[in-house]
Design a protein around this ligand. Structure first.
Ligand code: KE4
Length: 430
């Protein structure tokens, strides 16, 4: 496989961009080798600067549930962009998108559009602190909610890969306000809430964890958080930046039937363009400026081109059978991957919820950060490189989620399983 141009571009990039990338996980540090510079993509395929084609399971880290360059999304963007790129003023399209989200998430009465998941979670926490008058927040080990200072405390994405649980530059004072409990540990949450009685403003959780690899909520975990939050007057924030429109059109709240007080959305909501949102109970969201005193703003919030990409994406996702198809593909792919791993006697545990999945290189079960980090990351790196050599592009980190799209075909899956068989064979030393 030729990687000359990616290597050349990477060397140039490293001269002007930290680590040569605009987001750490893209640097392939956890798996080695040269990050592929992508030239173009369509459907389930991406093509790198050297012309190598791959079946893509990163899907831009989740947004591209319809695959790359979906014709309806591209058409919508072209139409929108002809009328201008940004006005810094309200538009009808923003209202339509907000209405679609309110209809899809019964727990959301009002929502605010922003430009990234980090902003959405940061603002939701500010609303929770304003509403409760409390400072502390509780998050879960291995969950990642963007790079706001008070959340870079044992973040699951990126930082775990780099083995740096707390990022330098975060004031000790901020970390002091952030409690961290193991994921799925309801007793741990109860103990923390009891010990910090009356001081916790919010519990923020990925209702299906994606940033330590995929870890589903244990039976009773989400309803338990709901009951605890109600008893202690704590705002329950579901960070559905990954799961929103992914595990169901109405996200994890629809799939598991547990309501959040505030919900953060992103990724799919923007259809691959920079757009995210936070929203929820009216009494909370009415605190947000200019209706209320909690300040939050953004030059490109609700950007009309990004909003149109989101609208076209959600319209496609509302078609009948979309989620059933993704569920079927997900079950088929991960079932076959586990069969192959057993055939070559490679210890793996594949977790999946809908069309998001992770193959952990450990016996399993993987139900929290401690069990996820038992994975053999060196073996994962060899698996990653073997798949890449066979034209299959998965996340360059053991602690990330893989994603299917509606563009993945039976042929893609067959190609993937052939690549996986070659990879497992290489791992088994055959
Ligand atoms: P952004 O600021 O990257 O738009 O969103 C932050 C965020 C918030 N919440 C969850 C659950 C998330 O997964 C993310 C971002 N996810 C990572 C990868 N899992 C994005 C990829 C990257 O950091 O390059």
């Amino acid at each position: 496989m030729r990687t000359y141009l990616s290597e050349k571009l990477y060397a140039e990039a490293c001269r002007v961009i930290p680590g040569g990338v605009n987001s750490p996980v893209r640097a392939f540090r956890a798996v080695g080798g040269t990050p592929r510079f992508i030239a173009r993509a369509r459907g389930s395929r991406i093509i790198d600067a050297d012309g190598n084609e791959y079946v893509d399971y990163v899907c831009s880290w989740g947004p591209l549930i319809l695959g790359h360059a979906h014709p309806e999304v591209v058409r919508g963007i072209h139409e929108a962009i002809r009328d201008g790129t940004s006005f810094g003023a309200p538009t009808a399209a923003e209202v339509e998108l907000a209405r679609m989200v309110v209809e899809a998430y019964s727990s959301i009465d009002l929502l605010r559009l922003v430009s990234s998941g980090t902003e959405a979670v940061m603002a939701a926490l500010r609303v929770a602190r304003a509403h409760t008058g409390r400072d502390k927040i509780l998050k879960f080990e291995g969950c990642y909610h963007g790079h706001a200072d008070s959340l870079l405390v044992k973040a699951g994405s990126g930082a775990t890969t780099f083995g740096v649980p707390d990022s330098p530059g975060v004031p000790a004072d901020f970390a002091r306000h952030t409690l961290t409990v193991p994921y799925n540990d309801l007793a741990g949450v109860e103990a923390a809430v009891a010990s910090e009685e009356g001081q916790i403003a919010a519990i923020v959780v990925e209702p299906v964890a994606g940033n330590m690899g995929v870890v589903p909520p244990a039976e009773g975990f989400l309803p338990g958080l709901r009951a605890l939050a109600d008893r202690a007057g704590i705002v329950l924030i579901f960070d559905e930046v990954i799961t929103g429109f992914r595990v169901a059109f109405g996200g994890a709240q629809q799939r598991y039937g547990v309501r959040a007080d505030l919900t953060c959305l992103g990724k799919i909501l923007g259809g691959g363009l920079p757009l995210a949102a936070y929203g929820g109970r009216r009494d909370l969201m009415e605190l947000v400026s200019p209706q209320g005193p909690v300040y939050q703003a953004g030059t490109l919030s609700g950007n009309p081109v990004a909003v149109r990409a989101g609208l076209e994406t959600l319209r496609e996702l509302r078609r009948p059978g979309v989620y059933e198809g993704l569920e079927e593909q997900g079950a088929l792919l991960t079932g076959e991957l586990e069969t192959l791993a057993r055939k070559f006697e490679i210890p793996t545990c594949t977790n999946r919820v809908g069309s998001m999945f992770t193959t952990f290189f450990t016996e399993g079960p993987v139900n929290d950060y401690a069990t996820a980090t038992r994975a053999d990351t060196a073996r994962f790196a060899r698996y990653f490189q073997a798949l890449l050599d066979n034209g299959i592009y998965i996340a360059p980190s053991q602690f990330e989620a893989g994603f299917l799209s509606t563009a993945h075909t039976q042929e893609d899956l067959a190609l993937t399983l052939r690549g996986a068989e070659a990879a497992f064979r290489r791992l088994a030393g055959h």
